[in-house]
Design a protein around this ligand. Structure first.
Ligand code: GLC
Length: 755
């Protein structure tokens, strides 16, 4: 036998022997056994410190929270070697993650692989529109696809886990994190969350998908005054009807993990709130995945005034049913002694550890710990095929844009225009195309709005002269010099595009604003420009609805472009040129004034609704209207849609019954366009007061000029029921109203009775 093949034979025999001995002596390493059997064997071998270690999530190089004393890299790797780390956050890249994984798998006693997590909120390298913008597309398949691309890129960079979707319902644009959610409606927020979970996770059976994380459980979006990390105080009726539905929908879509919030429920921090974490999440909803704290949210219970000290905080969190401690390392410090002292049961610890190990086995990390560490795939996914990903991002971005105003149809910009003025520093700022949650997005590759518009000459058949001027300093005062320069730059302009709004860095966590307005220097600029009598298009860049009341009368058109990510400029150009007829509809109310906040469409009627009498003694303001500037579900098109023939298959229905609401929509304009028709239900009289409207259906479809489509919506128990304060589903006979229309205000209504 040839020497080489002899050596190969010896090697394979010895490897096989070693493997079978390993597998015999360490069943948890035997891929022929079930995960259950392997976990049982492994847990039987783990010390209490090693079990606590699995529940310890260390932070990597970047900070997404207060920099409490952070151990250096050497100390972190020593903890990994000691088997006292179960996962990392804020690490990424094959090189970094593979090196750490190697220490865990080959350098620790039991070789348990680690999970690596990062906030891949709307893209990893290719940055998609912020979730709030994406939700305005009402394109659930597109939202799922965007998440799947984010997962593909993130997993190619060695990541197993993203901390998304954020499912917190908020009615307060002062809160910077509204950019992370899907707007103010619980039902639609649930659909978007479910689409994102499916996109991120797929079936979790390949290395192109990653664990989703439903956050922040629960009710963090209710922070008082929109102030970040502030107290929350809401009824259990609101908990069940407004706040919980999106989390539940995301979990029903199979989300593998959940994250605690920073807030309180009934005065108890949610990390230690057994009603939420055990009674609802584990018992009622039978969640068998993993719960991770938010950044040091266990330890922060001391500042909340709920825990005496760190040890008390860990005890309260684990006894309530929480599991993994993100960043603070208080759990590995105190959990072993809490168990030894009988203050925390080992059963609770084992339950949490088992859930984590189940995930690691499900991802196949025990048998292939480096399956997400493929350098070649990383290069291909993040560079070679990134153009294809960017095309998807551009498609998502243009669908997220909401046309709020278009007087005299100034848009789309006519092809024969000879001169366009573009004004505003945001329009040339690459970094402001991104927000706070930008993962590994490279803003140098982002397309700013000015570039997109200038590019229309080469790519969209225009031949205009393009002038740019700043007009204002971002975060600056009124500047007459800049305003005069702007006036000069548009002297020959046929149309003036002014990019106003806020820096992208003012969107996200710890970005609450007491007055979410258009800055005064931008208003002053628009007032000056208005005097030219030229058509002005306001392009609004912001991670939240801003108060546009002051600028609305000064401009002919308003495009709400949110924060659109890598392909911003190209998407804006697609809409300005009419290559794409805007179809976005806002999923969050635009207040008329900040004093109205919180303001939202699905409000209660009150006992003295305005409009019921001569106007006195009614629920109203003396200085502003009750109505918002733009309502939930609102968005214009370059065409118009007419609604007719609204009818119900029956004016009455019964429990368990199904009736059909139908309506005909006609494209009554001269552009092909997409409409989002919305179905709302009102329970007119119920044991618990119900909102004046609740979104319960929508359809998005395209129509050519003159074309009509008859829509049908089914109405059954699901659409007519609600929760009581104990989470019981209620379906009560009586009168209902059925609304269908183009937004939450412009609707037709029919009566329905449940007998
Ligand atoms: C932050 C955020 C949370 C994020 C986590 C890790 O504080 O509240 O959404 O996932 O820390 O970055």
């Amino acid at each position: 036998m040839h020497k080489f093949s002899f050596l190969l034979l010896v090697f394979s025999i010895s490897f096989h022997t070693l493997f079978s001995q390993t597998a015999q002596h360490f069943p948890y390493k035997n891929s022929k056994l079930s995960a259950e059997e392997r976990i049982k064997d492994l847990m039987g071998r783990m010390t209490l410190e090693e079990k606590a270690g699995q529940l310890n999530q260390l932070n990597g190089g970047i900070f997404t929270g207060p920099a409490l004393e952070n151990p250096g890299q050497k100390a972190k790797m020593q903890l990994v070697r000691e088997g006292r780390v179960g996962s990392f956050l804020n690490v990424s890249g094959v090189a970094e993650t593979k090196a750490i994984q190697k220490i865990a798998v080959e350098g620790s006693r039991l070789g348990i692989p680690l999970l690596f997590a990062l906030d891949v909120i709307h893209g990893y390298k290719t940055i998609f529109p912020i979730p709030l913008a994406e939700a305005c597309s009402w394109d659930l398949k597109g939202i799922e696809k965007n998440a799947s691309i984010a997962a593909k890129e993130a997993s190619a960079a060695g990541l197993h886990w993203t901390f998304a979707p954020m499912c917190d319902i908020s009615n307060d644009i002062r809160w910077g994190r509204v950019m992370e959610g899907a707007g103010e409606d619980p039902w639609y927020g649930g659909l978007v969350a479910a689409a994102r979970v499916k996109g991120f996770q797929g079936n979790l059976n390949d290395e192109s998908h990653i664990l989703a994380c439903v956050k922040h459980f629960a009710g963090y979006g209710a922070v008082e005054s929109g102030r970040e990390y502030n107290q929350t105080d809401f009824s259990h009726v609101a908990l069940w009807n407004k706040y919980l539905p999106p989390y539940k929908a995301a979990l029903d879509a199979g989300a593998a993990t959940v994250m605690n919030g920073f807030n309180v429920l009934d005065g108890v921090p949610v990390s230690a709130n057994a009603y939420l974490v055990t009674d609802i999440l584990k018992k009622k909803w039978k969640f068998n995945g993993l719960l991770v704290s938010d950044w040091a949210s266990f330890e922060e219970m001391i500042d909340w005034g709920h825990a005496e000290n760190k040890k008390d905080a860990v005890m309260k969190a684990i006894n309530a049913g929480s599991m993994v401690d993100m960043q603070s390392r208080t759990l590995i410090t105190y959990l072993p002694e809490l168990v030894t002292e009988g203050k925390v049961s080992i059963e609770k610890v084992d339950d949490a550890v088992k859930r984590l190990l189940q995930i690691k086995f499900q991802l196949g990390l025990f048998d292939a710990p480096y399956k997400f560490s493929n350098e070649e795939r990383e290069i291909n996914e993040l560079f070679t095929s990134s153009d294809a990903n960017r095309e998807v991002a551009r498609d998502a971005a243009k669908k997220s844009i909401v046309l709020l105003k278009n007087d005299n149809n100034v848009l789309p910009i006519p092809k024969m225009i000879k001169n366009i003025a573009v004004i505003g520093p945001l329009a040339v700022s690459k970094e402001d195309m991104f927000d706070f949650w930008v993962a590994k997005g490279d803003n140098r590759l982002a397309v700013p709005i000015a570039s997109g518009i200038a590019g229309m000459v080469d790519t969209k058949g225009y031949s205009f002269k393009f002038n740019f001027s700043n007009g204002y300093h971002l975060n600056g005062k009124i500047n007459d010099t800049l305003i005069n320069q702007a006036l000069a730059s548009c002297a020959n302009a046929g149309i003036i595009c002014v990019n106003i709004g806020l820096s992208g860095n003012l969107a996200g966590e710890d970005r609450s604003l007491s007055s979410p307005e258009i800055p005064e220097n931008q208003v002053a600029l628009l007032k000056a420009l208005q005097k030219t009598g030229k058509p002005i298009v306001a392009i609004v860049s912001s991670g939240r609805p801003l108060i546009l009341t002051k600028i609305e009368p000064l401009v002919s058109a308003i495009l709400q472009t949110w924060i659109l990510g890598s392909e911003t400029g190209n998407a804006v150009a697609d809409v300005l040129s009419g290559d794409y007829n805007p179809s976005g509809k806002t999923v969050m109310t635009f207040p008329y004034s900040a004093g109205q906040i919180p303001i939202y469409y699905n409000h209660f009627n009150t006992g003295r609704p305005i409009g019921k009498s001569d106007g006195s003694w009614r629920s109203r303001y003396r200085d502003v209207p009750n109505e918002p500037l733009y309502p939930f579900g609102y968005g214009l098109s370059y065409t118009t849609f007419a609604y007719s023939s609204f009818k119900l298959s029956s004016p009455t229905t019964i429990k368990g019954g199904v009736i059909t609401a139908s309506i005909t929509v006609t494209n009554s304009g001269k552009y092909e366009g997409e409409e989002v028709s919305q179905l709302y239900i009102q329970d007119v009289a119920a044991s618990i007061v119900r909102p004046v409207k609740e979104l319960k259906g929508f359809q998005k479809f395209a129509l050519k000029p003159g074309e009509s489509k008859t829509l049908q919506f089914s109405i059954s128990d699901k659409e007519l029921s609600f929760f009581d304060g104990d989470g019981n589903t209620k379906l009560e006979e009586g009168k209902f109203k059925v609304y269908i229309g183009t937004d939450s205000k412009n609707v037709q209504v029919l009566d329905l009775e449940l007998k």
